[in-house]
Structures are given as structure tokens and as C-alpha cells.
Write a protein that binds this ligand. Structure first.
Ligand SMILES: [Zn+2]
Length: 531
């Protein structure tokens, strides 16, 4: 057997390519499994070695010494897997040095090293040449996704990530040379990969780590797509692209299915593609008619697929039928609010107006649906600048204040700013007092601003801050109280009402005469006379 094994060792070298990261990992993992003594129940015969390898799940390996390519493993590898490598190392170590084998392999010094070229050529022949058509591109991409991603979903996440990189790498190597075609090819590569990934994620048998990997990958694909769409808008579109756009618009509906957490992202990219890429009026018109039919078909309104509704609204906007939009907005549910954001942030001011008005009108129901304090804050932080700009442009400061009022306490910063800008100082002071807001959120600049305009308005706020600090009963808070009492004193002084100040300080001093530390701070701050 040892002779056969030596030959096998030689023949194995070109089957794993030290230039490919995935093959590199295969050899390293095989080495590790062998060194950790994960190979057991090994039977060595003249031409066949069989063994079990303990990995995440045990795998049965058989090495065919006369025809290496006939070797098998229950992990169903496309080529050589780490289990086969482990079994090989375990037998090889008895007749030769394993590290020498690895070294020769890395250096590509095997005397059979003409083989990789040959094999690469064969591989190339196996694949159908790619014609420059939408369907041919899509087919190759789908085929590669199936072979290089789907196949490996049960493997550990790090394997998946090298597979993913090499999947994209290989498809990118088939990219056309002309820059505008390159752009189209890349766009379609990311688009299809995104839809393949969505479809894969719909399969419940996809495990936790693979799922997490694919979700992250989907996120990156969206970034790439958005970036490419930007480039697209600035480059030429040959007529020959029409066949591709025609194919693309037929595949668009895939983005309208329910993808759980990914649904919002998918419908956003759907809208972005129709806006930036698919500009042919008849395509938009046809898609609109088709989707409107789908909406009508649904007998029970509650079951209407919201994504189709969103798609219809968007296509109405793109075909200039804005007047039909308000009626459809009525059918949205509170949880559909995130869909609105896209229009608010992507459309020009004139077109986005109806969505901002809708948001102002319905914001409360969405906030109570959201529930989580942090998520509400995040959403209000995103939405408010748009509402503010809209109200400023249309000269409706009161509408903006009304909106802020509805979103309290999450809109505090926006509301506070608006009141100051509109010179509504009294309302500003009331905002802080009645909402019982921690005074630490009040900036010194804001206080100074009011102090220059209507200083006496601040007195109720400052006195309540003082009381709050005294009640906290610790040295630090007493010092804070003194700091604010000084502000009070300077206001009374400026207003020439020092007798009122005297009354106030006397009251404070006598009410809290038992708080010795506080009395000390009062003296230290020179707010009372030292007897
Ligand atoms: Zn295996």
C-alpha cells in the first residue's frame, strides 16, 4: 500500500490549489483534525483507505488510492474536503513526513505540477460560455451560487465566508471589459446574489450561523447596489442594455415577498431600482397595472400584502399619478410606517410633502406600536429634521410645534430648539417644568439666551432646579443648588428686585436650617452672611 499512498500523495497535490484561500483552509483544517487525532476506525487496504473523522458531525471518508478523484466523504464535498485530507495525513505520516508534503504542496514543486493548468482548463470547458444576454448571465450566477454557496451552508461560518468571497471573485472574473458593461454586469451580479440570498433565507432549515452570515452578506450587497446605482445615473446607457433592463423588471417582483426583518430593505431597494434604473415609462406602467390587479385580487383587505401596496404607491408616483396616492395611504397600518421613511428621505420636497403630512398626522399610532423607548428615539431623530424642513419651507411653524408636542418626550431637543427659535420663551420654560425633565439636559447657552431676552421667565425653572438639588441631600447637589441660586440672584439684581431675593434666600435658609452641609455651602458660596 505504501507505494500507492506515495503516488496518491503526489496526485493529491494538484487537486488542492495553494493559491485558493478555500483550498488553503481545507489543507490546514485537515492537518488540524489529523493532529488532534480525530481520525479513527481506520481500515487500510491495498487500494482503499476508509476511516471516520470526528468533526462537528462525524464523517465517513474513503480514499481511492488508484483514482484519487473517486475518493468520497459523507460531507459531500465538491472537491477534496478537510476530512479526506485528515485521513490522508494520518496514513501518510507512517511512511513519509507530513510537513514535507505540505511544504512541497505550498511551493507547488510536485513533479506532477503541470496538472493544475490542465484541470483549470477542464473546469473552464465544463462551464457553458457566457453569452452577453440577461438570461445567460443570470443562469451562470444562479448555477455558481448553487454550487459555491448553497452547497456549503452546513459548513462552519468561516468556511462559508471564503466560499462567498471566491464565489464573487469567480463571477467577477467573467466581467465584460467595457466600463459601462462592467457596471451593468456588477449591478446584476449583486442584484441576483441578493435575491438568491433572500430566497435562501426563506428556507427555515438554514442554520443559525449560516443565517447570520447570509443576513450580513445581504446587507453588504445592498450597500454595493446603492453605490452602483449612483454610478449608473452618471454613465452612458447603450441601447443594447434594453434587453437586460427588460429582464430585470420581470425579476423585480421577487423583492416584494415577505422576508421578515429584511422586508423593509428589500422594498427600499425595489423602489430605488425603479427610480434610478428602470426609467422606461411603459415598463413602469405595465408593472403598475399588474400590481394593481394583484391588490384587487385579494379578497380580504387585512390580508393585502403591504409590500404590493407600497410598490403600487411608488409606481403611481413615478408615472405622475400622485393624486391617487392619498387614498392608498389610508390603507397603511401603524407598523407600515418605516415604509414611509424612504419617500420622505428620497423624494424631492414637493413630492415628499404628502408623506410628511401623513407622518405628522399618524405619528402617535406608530410610536405606540414601536413601544421601545430607544427605537422611538431613533425614529424621531431620523424623521424630525425632515418635518422641520418641510414646515419651515411651507411656513407652518405651528404645525412643527404640534408635531413635536405629539412626540414628547422623544422630541425634546427638536421641540426645545423650535420654541427658542420662535421666541416662545415662556412655553420653553413650561416645557421643562411640566415634563419634569432632568435639568442636566438644559444647556447653558439656552439659559443665557432667555436670560438676555426675558430673564424673569427663568425664575420658576431655576428655583425648581434648586429645590431638586437640595432634596438630593448630598454635598455635590448642594453645590449645584448654590450654583443655580447665584443665577437667581443675578436675575433679581438685574431686575432691581433685591428685596425679593432676600425673601427667597431667607426662606431657603430657614426651611433647611437642619441641613448643616447645605448651610456650609451657602456660606462658602457667599450667599448668606457669616455670623
Ligand atoms: Zn468531508
Amino acid at each position: 500500500m505504501s507505494n500507492e499512498l506515495l503516488v496518491f500523495g503526489e496526485e493529491l497535490q494538484p487537486l488542492v490549489n495553494p493559491q485558493l484561500p478555500e483550498d488553503m483552509v481545507t489543507v490546514q483544517r485537515g492537518l488540524l483534525l489529523y493532529r488532534q487525532e480525530m481520525v479513527y476506525r481506520k481500515v487500510e487496504r491495498e487500494e482503499i483507505i476508509t476511516a471516520t473523522v470526528q468533526d462537528v458531525t462525524p464523517c465517513q471518508v474513503s480514499l481511492d488510492l488508484s483514482f484519487p478523484a473517486n475518493s468520497q466523504c459523507t460531507c459531500n464535498p465538491l472537491g477534496v474536503c478537510r476530512h479526506q485530507m485528515a485521513v490522508f495525513f494520518s496514513s501518510y505520516s507512517k511512511i513519509q513526513s507530513v510537513s514535507d508534503w505540505v511544504q512541497t504542496w505550498k511551493n507547488g514543486k510536485s513533479h506532477l505540477n503541470t496538472l493544475p493548468l490542465q484541470r483549470a482548463k477542464e473546469l473552464f470547458l465544463e462551464e457553458k460560455p457566457m453569452e452577453r444576454t440577461y438570461s445567460s448571465w443570470k443562469e451562470s450566477m444562479e448555477d455558481a451560487y448553487q454550487k459555491q454557496i448553497i452547497y456549503f451552508l452546513t459548513q462552519p461560518a468561516y468556511t462559508l465566508s471564503t466560499k462567498w468571497d471566491s464565489y464573487l471573485q469567480r463571477l467577477k472574473s467573467k466581467m465584460p471589459i467595457e466600463s459601462e458593461w462592467k457596471l451593468l454586469y456588477l449591478f446584476l451580479l449583486y442584484f441576483h446574489t441578493y435575491t438568491f440570498t433572500l430566497r435562501t433565507l426563506k428556507n427555515e432549515s438554514v442554520s443559525g450561523s449560516a443565517r447570520m452570515f447570509l443576513e450580513e452578506a445581504a446587507d453588504e450587497l445592498l450597500d454595493q447596489l446603492n453605490y452602483l446605482m449612483d454610478l449608473f445615473n452618471r454613465s452612458a446607457r447603450p441601447f443594447a442594455f434594453d434587453d437586460f433592463f427588460d429582464g430585470l423588471q420581470k425579476d423585480m417582483d421577487q423583492l416584494l415577498e415577505d422576508y421578515g426583518e429584511l422586508t423593509v430593505h428589500s422594498i427600499n431597494i425595489y423602489r430605488a431600482i425603479w427610480t434610478d434604473i428602470l426609467k422606461e415609462r411603459t415598463w413602469r406602467q405595465n408593472a403598475l397595472v399588474r400590481l394593481q390587479e394583484r391588490l384587487k385580487d385579494t379578497e380580504v383587505k387585512a390580508d393585502v400584502c403591504q409590500t404590493v401596496l407600497i410598490a403600487v404607491i411608488h409606481l403611481l408616483l413615478l408615472t405622475g399619478k400622485d393624486e391617487e396616492v392619498p387614498a392608498l395611504l389610508e390603507e397603511l397600518r401603524p407598523e407600515d410606517f418605516p415604509f414611509i421613511s424612504f419617500w420622505i428621505s428620497h423624494l424631492d420636497e414637493q413630492k415628499s410633502a404628502i408623506f410628511i403630512e401623513y407622518a405628522i398626522e399618524n405619528i402617535q399610532s406608530y410610536l405606540s406600536y414601536l413601544q421601545h423607548y430607544y427605537r422611538i428615539n431613533q425614529f424621531i431623530g431620523h424623521l424630525s429634521p425632515y418635518v422641520r424642513n418641510y414646515c419651515a419651507k411651507t411656513r407652518q411653524p405651528d404645525l412643527y410645534e404640534k408635531y413635536c408636542e405629539k412626540c414628547m418626550p422623544h422630541s425634546l431637543m427638536f421641540y426645545s430648539r423650535a420654541l427658542l427659535e420662535n421666541g416662545k420663551y415662556k412655553k420653553w420654560v413650561e416645557l421643562y417644568i411640566y415634563n419634569n425633565i432632568d435639568y442636566k439636559f438644559i444647556s447653558n447657552e439656552d439659559l443665557k439666551l432667555i436670560q438676555t431676552h426675558e430673564p424673569t421667565l427663568l425664575l420658576p425653572l431655576l428655583t425648581s432646579i434648586v429645590s431638586e438639588n437640595i432634596e438630593a441631600k448630598n454635598r455635590q447637589s448642594y453645590r449645584e443648588a448654590v450654583r443655580y441660586m447665584k443665577k437667581i440672584r443675578s436675575i433679581y439684581k438685574k431686575e432691581k428686585k433685591l428685596e425679593q431675593w432676600e425673601r427667597y434666600i431667607h426662606l431657603i435658609q430657614t426651611t433647611h436650617k437642619r441641613l448643616r452641609a447645605f448651610q456650609e455651602e451657602l456660606k462658602r458660596g457667599k450667599l448668606i452672611h457669616v455670623d
